[in-house]
Write a protein of this length. Structure first.
Length: 145
């Protein structure tokens, strides 16, 4: 490995010591430090081969965190993942099967207030969490019964 590439790889490892980052985030951080784009790409490939960058694990963790802690729906989670730097391809291949979005929608509705007094403003709030009108309607129906 040539000297310049070693420096870029070392800088990448140093970035990863503090937190887990996506491939795109590492690229941006190294670019800001002034490294050559081609060398950054090579360094990222090397880091992926050695297991330092694991976007698949990160995306799974992010999905569970956003669904469990923030009660986000699938649409909002996908938007958040894009903002975190995951590629559209990775997002479309992501496994959402571990999340019970119906249950989370019910929790979000309960957290918002009494399901029997739910108005359009409340529904808009739940839609902004990433739930479809159908998901909200189904959850409200279940909670009112």
């Amino acid at each position: 490995m040539e000297e310049e590439l070693k420096k870029v790889v070392a800088a990448g490892i140093k970035i990863l010591e503090f937190s887990s980052y996506t491939e795109r985030q590492i690229f941006e951080k190294l670019k800001i430090k002034g490294y050559n784009t081609a060398r950054i790409q090579e360094a990222i490939e090397y880091l992926k081969e050695k297991g330092y960058i694991k976007d698949e694990r990160l995306i799974e963790s992010a999905i569970l965190k956003l669904a469990d802690r923030k009660l986000y729906g699938k649409y909002r989670i996908k938007m958040e993942l894009r903002q975190m730097g995951f590629s559209s391809e990775m997002i479309s291949e992501a496994d959402f099967s571990e999340v019970d979005f119906h249950e989370n929608c019910c929790k979000a509705i309960k957290k918002r207030g009494d399901p029997n007094d739910f108005d359009e403003k409340d529904k808009a709030y739940i839609r902004n969490l990433g739930y479809s009108s159908d998901e909200i309607r189904e959850a409200l129906k279940e909670l009112k019964d």
